[in-house]
Design a protein around this ligand. Structure first.
Ligand code: NAP
Ligand code: MG
Length: 401
C-alpha cells in the first residue's frame, strides 16, 4: 500500500506517563502504517525537560511558530512531589503555560460525542466549543482584607505622574476589596483567535460578558470584539455563512442550555474556567474533550484536555492491564493532520484524518470502548483494554470490519 505523503513536518511534542505510552501506540498502530509521517520531534517528557533546563519546551514552541501546526501529548506540571520523584533540578513551569506565553493564544475545548453517551442536556445534538481568554482578571488579582472602618480607593498613576482616583467604598466595618486588570493587546489577541477559529471550523461565534453591570471593564471587551469584527472579519463571516453574536452572559447561559449546540462560545477568563468544566461534565467525560491552542497569527497546537492519567500509569508499571481512553489523543493527531493537510493542500492527508476519526467513532458506536466510557454508556458496551481498543480502530481503518 502506498503511504500518504506529507510536505511540511508537524511539530510533535511527546509527553509523560500513561499518555506517553498511548502516544507511541497510536503512532505505531494508527498513523505510521498509513502515513509517511513527517514530524519534528521534541521530547517534553519531564526527564528531558529537566536535562535541557526546559529549553526543549521553548524550542518546541518556536518550532510551532515556524511550521504552524503542533500536536502535543499530556505532560506533567511539576509540584513538590514530582521534584522528588524525578529528582528535578528545579520545579519547572507548566509546559502549556510556557507554550501559551510564546504563541500568545486562546484555548478552544470541544467534546467528542458518541452514540450511547448522552449529554445531560437533552437538546444538545452538536458539540459546544468553549473559547476561554487565558489572561488577567481575577487570576492576576490584588486583594486586601479590610480590617475595619476606612475608605478604599482605586488609583492609577500615569507615567506622566497624573492621577486618576475613584472611591471604591466607604467602609463602616470589616470587609474585602479586590483589584483586577486586563490589557487591550491581550483582548485583541483573544478576539482575533476567536474569529479566525470560527472561520476555520465554520461555526457561529458567541461572545458574552457582564457589560450591563461592568460598564467600563467588560464593556471594553465587547467594544474591542465589535471593532475587530467590523474591520477584519465581517466580510469573511458573511461569505462563510456564519454569524458573530454578542449577548449578556446571563442570556448566553439560558440560550446555551436551550440550544442544539454546534457553535463556539467565547468567555472571559473566569466564565470560561467555570463553563468549560460544566460543559465537559454535561457532555460526558474529560477523556472525550479535545483542546486546541490557536495563536492570533494562525498557529495551531492540538492536544487532549486531560492529563497524563497518573493512576493508570502506576498500574501499568506494575505490569497490570489498563483501559485508558486514547480518543482525545487520537483526535489531537487527526486535528493536526487535518490542519497540516489544509495548509499544504494535501487532500489525501485530510481524507485520512477524517477516516481516522470515523474509525474511532465507529468502534465506539459498535459498542467497543474503554472502561471509562463503558461505565457511562447506555445499552450493551464491551469494555476493552487500550491495546485491544486501538487494534479494533485499526481494523476499521483498514476496512476489515
Ligand atoms: P488526569 O491525568 O486528567 O486524570 C484524572 C483522572 O481522570 C484519572 O485518574 C482517570 O480516572 C480519569 N481520566 C482522565 N483521562 C482519562 C483517560 N484518557 N482515560 C481514562 N480515564 C481518564 O488528571 P490528574 O490526575 O489531575 O493529573 C495527572 C498529571 O497530568 C499531573 O501531573 C498534571 O500536572 C498533568 N496534567 C497535564 C495536562 C496537560 O498536559 N494538558 C492537563 C491536566 C493535568 P480514574 O483513575 O478514576 O480511572
Ligand atoms: Mg476549572
Amino acid at each position: 500500500m502506498n503511504k500518504i505523503q506529507m510536505k511540511t513536518p508537524l511539530v510533535e511534542m511527546d509527553g509523560d506517563e500513561m499518555t506517553r505510552i498511548l502516544w507511541a501506540e497510536i503512532k505505531k498502530e494508527l498513523l505510521e502504517p498509513f502515513v509517511d509521517l513527517k514530524t519534528e520531534y521534541y521530547d517534553l517528557g519531564l526527564k528531558h525537560r529537566d536535562e535541557t533546563n526546559d529549553q526543549v519546551t521553548v524550542d518546541s514552541a518556536n518550532a510551532t511558530l515556524k511550521y504552524g501546526v503542533a500536536v502535543k501529548c499530556a505532560t506533567i506540571t511539576p509540584n513538590a512531589q514530582r521534584v522528588e520523584e524525578y529528582s528535578l533540578k528545579e520545579m519547572w513551569k507548566s509546559p502549556n503555560g510556557t507554550i501559551r506565553a510564546i504563541l500568545d493564544g486562546t484555548v478552544f475545548r470541544a467534546p467528542i460525542q458518541v452514540n450511547g453517551v448522552h449529554p445531560t442536556v437533552r437538546t444538545w445534538k452538536k458539540p459546544i466549543t468553549i473559547a476561554r481568554h487565558a489572561y488577567g482578571d481575577v487570576y492576576k488579582n490584588s486583594e486586601i482584607r479590610i480590617p475595619g472602618a476606612g475608605k478604599a480607593e482605586i488609583v492609577f498613576t500615569g507615567a506622566d505622574g497624573k492621577e486618576i482616583r475613584q472611591t471604591i467604598f466607604d467602609f463602616k466595618g470589616p470587609g474585602v476589596v479586590q483589584g483586577i486588570h486586563n490589557l487591550d493587546k491581550s483582548i485583541e489577541s483573544f478576539a482575533h483567535s476567536c474569529f479566525r477559529y470560527a472561520l476555520s471550523i465554520r461555526q457561529d461565534l458567541w461572545f458574552s460578558t457582564k457589560d450591563t453591570i461592568s460598564k467600563t471593564y467588560d464593556h471594553r471587551f465587547k467594544d474591542i470584539f465589535a471593532e475587530i469584527y467590523e474591520r477584519d472579519y465581517k466580510e469573511a463571516f458573511e461569505k462563510a455563512g456564519i454569524t458573530y453574536f454578542y449577548t449578556l452572559i446571563d442570556d448566553a447561559v439560558a440560550r446555551v442550555v436551550r440550544s442544539e449546540g454546534g457553535f463556539i462560545w467565547a468567555c472571559k477568563n473566569y466564565d470560561g474556567d467555570v463553563m468549560s468544566d460544566m460543559l465537559a461534565t454535561a457532555f460526558g467525560s474529560l477523556a472525550m474533550m479535545t483542546s486546541v491552542l490557536v495563536s492570533p497569527n494562525g498557529q495551531f497546537e492540538y492536544e487532549a484536555a486531560h492529563g497524563t492519567v497518573t493512576r493508570h500509569y502506576y498500574r501499568y508499571l506494575k505490569g497490570e492491564e489498563t483501559s485508558t481512553n486514547p480518543v482525545a489523543t487520537i483526535f489531537a493527531w487527526s486535528g493536526a493532520l487535518q490542519k497540516r493537510g489544509e495548509m499544504d493542500n494535501l487532500p489525501d492527508l485530510q481524507a485520512f484524518a477524517d477516516r481516522l476519526e470515523k474509525a474511532t467513532l465507529d468502534t465506539i458506536n459498535d459498542g467497543i470502548m474503554t472502561k471509562d466510557l463503558a461505565l457511562l454508556c447506555e445499552g450493551g458496551a464491551k469494555a476493552v483494554n487500550s491495546k485491544e481498543f486501538l487494534s479494533e480502530i485499526r481494523k476499521r481503518l483498514e476496512g476489515n470490519s
